[in-house]
Ligand binder design. Structure first.
Ligand code: ZN
Length: 371
């Protein structure tokens, strides 16, 4: 039946009617609130690029979790800023790690709160990568280095001996660089042991859900095995199954102090152009024992969320990441958009795409508006 019998505007006439026929409903019980825990006491340090988001010491994190819980937010996910970093991510898996401390305190003070633990190594590694780095010197001979140098050399005209000396120095230092060249690789299989150890340590501290975000192959199976062996057969895994190498993580790196010191994460995080590969990643994680799956980031990857919802029956989460948050905040601060309206619209879009769980820095604010 077409116009004029059919008029879709009839059901848009009043707020009550629009509410009645609304297809997608947002409720605070879909939200997971990400928090960054740091050493100290009474610390509440705002992240420069994420206004309203803080590095919190354990005592402050507990207060914040209690507030979120009071607003109806059922879960938090914890990230840690250790006081020291090293080459084996000790801060991630030691018994008294910063997240372990926070988890114990939260389970004690806010017992109804689901505490999720992000499992990755980047925040705890001195080099900022998500796994163990293997450095291979290319062991180039001086002759080969000289050849490489000549290949990239350009003709320079020198006026005097001073300039000539400078030019020679430049060539020599280039040659030395070539001779010393080191290749870095993230060692997948060696990293699994540390990820498994971190997961068990978090479970021991009371973390309810283990959420690996590193993107190493085989991590879910390794973590499941380690949890089971340690007696945590009932601790579920929420896997960051399709995590894309994204520019939208920029502000997070400031918040979690986890910028890689060299290279980037494209050799383990996914290429943003690939949706079929995302389905394979998710499928493998499910086979390895994931209980819930996640797509990250959310808004630039809504089609991936929709495809995953269509194909898989597990609870599906999406992470509205730091850059998504920062863009809305920055535009709102300029009065270019209405903050609350855009915040809610962005969350509804993620839900509509098919995610039933949303990790969002807006958890508290959105819950307040929905309450
Ligand atoms: Zn990482």
């Amino acid at each position: 039946m077409a116009f004029p019998v059919t008029r879709l505007r009839r059901l848009r006439r009043t707020g009550e009617l629009r509410n009645l026929v609304r297809e997608t409903r947002l409720t605070p019980d879909a939200f997971v609130y990400p928090m960054f825990v740091c050493p100290g006491e009474g610390v509440r340090k705002e992240v420069r690029s994420m206004p309203g988001v803080f590095n919190l010491s354990v005592d402050e994190a507990v207060k914040e979790a209690a507030e979120a819980h009071g607003l109806g937010v059922p879960a938090v996910i914890l990230f840690g800023l250790p006081d020291k970093k090293d080459e084996v991510a000790t801060g991630a898996w030691e018994e008294n790690g910063i997240v372990q401390q926070a988890a114990r305190a939260m389970k004690r003070e806010v017992p109804g709160m689901i505490v999720m633990g992000d499992v990755c190594l980047c925040e705890y590694m001195s080099h900022g990568h998500c796994g163990i780095v293997k450095a291979t010197p290319l062991a180039q001979s001086l002759g080969a280095a000289a050849r490489d140098t000549l290949k990239s050399a350009r003709v320079v005209v020198v006026q005097d001996n001073g300039e000539k000396a400078k030019a020679i120095e430049k060539v020599a230092s280039q040659m030395a660089d070539y001779a010393r060249r080191i290749e870095f690789e993230i060692d997948n299989d060696a990293s699994l042991e540390l990820l498994a150890r971190t997961s068990v340590s978090l479970a021991r501290a009371g973390v309810d859900v283990i959420a690996p975000s590193d993107m190493m192959d085989g991590r879910v199976a390794a973590i499941r095995r380690a949890l089971d062996e340690a007696g945590f057969i009932n601790t579920p895994i929420l896997s960051y199954a399709a995590k894309f190498a994204s520019g939208f993580y920029g502000p997070f790196r400031e918040a979690a102090d986890s910028t890689p010191q060299f290279g980037d994460r494209r050799s383990y995080q996914m290429d943003g152009a690939n949706v079929r590969e995302a389905m394979r990643e998710i499928e493998l994680d499910i086979e390895e024992g994931a209980d819930m799956i996640m797509v990250k980031p959310a808004m630039p990857y809504l089609d991936v969320i929709a495809a995953a919802r269509e194909r898989f029956d597990l609870p599906l989460a999406a992470y509205q990441v730091s850059g998504e948050y920062a863009m809305i905040e920055a535009a709102a601060r300029n009065n270019w958009i209405e903050r609350d309206r855009v915040m809610m619209e962005s969350l509804v879009s993620i839900r509509r795409a098919g995610a039933s769980i949303i990790l969002t820095y807006y958890a508290k604010d959105a819950a307040r508006l929905l309450g």
